[in-house]
Write a protein that binds this ligand. Structure first.
Ligand SMILES: Nc1ncnc2c1ncn2[C@@H]1O[C@H](COP(=O)(O)OP(=O)(O)OP(=O)(O)O)[C@@H](O)[C@H]1O
Length: 227
């Protein structure tokens, strides 16, 4: 569960300030949530703060009973390593390692044993089992994103944060990826929070948070409007 209250993030830009997040409150219990909104509305900032990549200016962020708002940089780094998997829009993989090596890297870096069978099971779910020994350069954009998603899931992080994971893909590949994410959010005990600007992709989520000017302007669930 994610609980956010009074969240603000202010950036200084020269002599002016930017209110990237301007007072956000919500409680999120859904397994698969999309964040949408126009460019500059604060989507990435919100995602980065929930994922522990950045600190808030004001407010509280509690992720599965862990209060991030009192954490310093080192605490946040530990939180990220233990509890969060990340998928970005592009450049998720190391080009000098094959897909399998990329996937197991975070597990190894954390000093944990690798469960090869589990990685293969995830790869099967993502229709990537026959690509595990490929180098990233030989994969399509969609396959690269699937590999990045497997890597995020393989650590068994309770929270997966994905910032425009389909942003660089054509419509078909984007829809395939979001469908696979939805399926994994059902089958695995991991919460997935993703940003998208594409309406049809957002519509696949259990809940849609819509942002504007650093605020949440609606939180929809299956076509129903709240607030
Ligand atoms: N590190 C930063 N320093 C200064 N201003 C920033 C910084 N990061 C974001 N901003 C500003 O904060 C506001 C929100 O940015 P953010 O990237 O969160 O929006 P977004 O909705 O994700 O946009 P996009 O869809 O273009 O990625 C914007 O005005 C942006 O310029």
């Amino acid at each position: 569960m994610i609980q956010i209250s009074g969240l603000k993030k202010i950036y200084n830009r020269g002599n002016s300030i930017v209110k990237a997040l301007d007072g956000i409150d919500f409680i999120l219990n859904d397994k698969f949530t999309a964040i949408t909104g126009p460019a500059g509305s604060g989507k990435s900032t919100l995602l980065r703060i929930i994922g522990g990549l950045e600190r808030q200016t004001e407010g509280r962020i509690i992720v599965n009973d862990i209060d991030l708002s009192i954490f310093n940089k080192e605490d946040l780094a530990i939180f990220r390593r233990r509890h969060v998997g990340f998928v970005f829009r592009e450049d998720n993989l190391f080009s000098g390692m094959n897909v399998y090596e990329n996937i197991i890297l975070p597990i190894q870096l954390d000093g944990n044993p690798v469960n090869r069978e589990y990685v293969e099971q995830l790869a099967f779910m993502m229709k990537m089992k026959d690509k595990l020994m490929e180098m990233p350069g030989n994969l399509s954009g969609g396959e690269q994103q699937k590999a990045a998603i497997i890597r995020a899931l393989a650590t068994k992080a309770e929270l997966i944060i994905a910032d425009e994971p389909t942003g660089n893909l054509d419509y078909e590949s984007g829809m395939e990826i979001v469908g696979l994410l939805k399926m994994t959010s059902r089958e695995l005990h991991q919460m997935i929070l993703f940003v998208t600007q594409t309406k049809e992709i957002a519509e696949q989520a259990d809940r849609i948070l819509e942002m504007q000017d650093g605020k949440i302007v609606s939180t929809r669930i299956k076509g129903v409007d709240y607030e």
